[in-house]
Design a protein around this ligand. Sequence first.
Ligand SMILES: Cc1ncc(C[n+]2csc(CCOP(=O)(O)OP(=O)(O)O)c2C)c(N)n1
Length: 635
Amino acid sequence: MATEDYKYLTHINSPEDLKKYKYEELIVISNELRQYIIDIVSDNPGHFASSLGVVELTVALHYVFNTPYDKLVWDVGHQAYGHKILTGRRDNFCTNRQLGGVCGFPSIFESKYDAFGVGHSSTSISAALGMAVSACLRGEEDRHVVAVIGDGAMTGGLAFEGMNNAGVQKSNLLVILNDNNMSIDPNVGALNQYLLDITTSKTYNKVKDEVWNKLGKIKKFGPNTRAFIQKIEGSIKSLIMKQSNLFESMNMRYFGPVNGHDVNQLVTILEDLKDIKGPKLLHVLTKKGKGFEAAEKDQTTWHAPGKFDKQTGERISVKSNISQAPKFQDVFGNTIVELAEKNEKIVGITPAMPSGSSLKIMMKAMPERAFDVGIAEQHAVTFSAGLAVDGMLPFCNVYSTFMQRAYDQLIHDVALQKMNVVFCLDRGGLVGDDGATHHGVFDLAYMRIVPNMIVSAPMDESELRNLMYTAQLPDKGPFSIRYPRGRGVMPNWKTEMKEIKIGTGRIIKEGEDIAILSIGAIGDLVSELKDDFEKENISVAHYDMRFVKPLDEKLLHQIFKKFDYIMTLEDGVIQGGFGSAVLEFKNENNYTSKVNRLGIPDEFIEHGTQRELYHICGYDTEGILKTVKEMTKTT
Ligand SMILES: Cc1ncc(C[n+]2csc(CCOP(=O)(O)OP(=O)(O)O)c2C)c(N)n1
């Protein structure tokens, strides 16, 4: 649709503008909002199906509540595109996820309407409760706080910690459970089954309908509202006697389930709920991908589909210039199956990322030995420890950024007890357009300070296979293998696997003037620079160190004895990371060579393409060449 065709949307620059329209017009406004998301995201890719599913809810929330005075907290935030468009970011939305553009997730630095920064899941209830309690303490009794959380995010333990606390607070917290029966992949676990049961139970729905019919009349009762609510509560309570309700038993008044695509009904209900004090939960049923056929049919693919043709629903694959090499994740997925066929102790675990991590390959090949445990990183790690203590060999695959959630489990349950757990840390390094919340840049640093932990990072797919093979050999203890998002460099990746001696690096290229010590796949940038180094007449040696811990001290002694100039390169934070480990080695052994560390400075890096962000951090090919030239110039 051309911009001028958005009869309403072009005039909505804030929720105030939205509120000027009639209740009946909200349907057209919702349709326009949905179309706008389709128009923009088809051309400038990002998350998709989740935002389409909450279009009506978004319109209703901003219509009813007085944002930003009332606080609206989105969980994960990947579904907040409609919210961004309605809150003054419509025209900029075409820059979504681009360098310097709109952030793909709510950010308190971007807008006063983004009440809380997100990206990681299951934080909304705790954060919203904090705001609600704060409002109470300041005497702002008229302030409403709303958390919108998906059924996937609700599987995270933190959400339950928040509810557990909310149930004993008197603050006006409204939790909206956006139930589309999907996470990125189909939602899993007993809670999912419970939500399905509650939605489909006939007895339940009969009583619920009666309750809602009464609730719908509240407005007409004017001053008697309170008495009426008590009556309704009576009905709900009797309902609970019949079918014990999880949320009610946590002291949260439960309402619903209601149709999340009927914007008018949503407005009525939300208006009514505003009058009900205390913590409450509204269960809203939506369809992920609503209004775009291809997305409704294949919700996992359309969670974040890349570019697509908005007329035909065909996805447009961006041609990669790096050959036909597979993604690291697919090499992981295929290799774990290969290993598990021979080693019957191996099991695979993913917290809600079977597609993203490619563990789904194992889930298909050997369903009884591969587990999607829901968005539950802490559980994933301790569950792995439990499996390991009883003799299994878990490969626990967690995105580097999400592993931050499970740090204590990693230390207390795995490392301290020397468990044979293999951590495959996916999306290590700068991930690009998902931005600051998703960059996997801390793991090398946070892993290397944990006793007993082997910390490794393969430079290519064959090395990933070798490390996975090595990690499953007997009694290796806690073993972490980190690799980046996306494609590797080896079209023929299916190499024969061999053991790598723990704590050994390898030489990639001999040289005389300077040594570059890299860790992980970022080392490939050094290989790309081969001709440039030659042109500059600088003889550069390149070592792929493979292990951050234990370091290859034998190799390091050789390097420090030979080179006056040493550069370390890592796709991770400089402080405390691989380069720091090399510096510590230098100091402890009284070497005098000059060491420059390239990596991520002590700040959060925003969104952009991976290459743009490498550039900003000074370790793209240009930055590496510049540092090499500067260091060797002084000779
Ligand atoms: C701690 C954490 N683990 C994993 C993810 C990856 N992730 C992003 S969205 C998502 C699914 C969320 O499902 P749901 O809350 O139901 O929202 P929907 O997309 O269905 O609207 C997952 C697993 C994350 N953001 N945070």
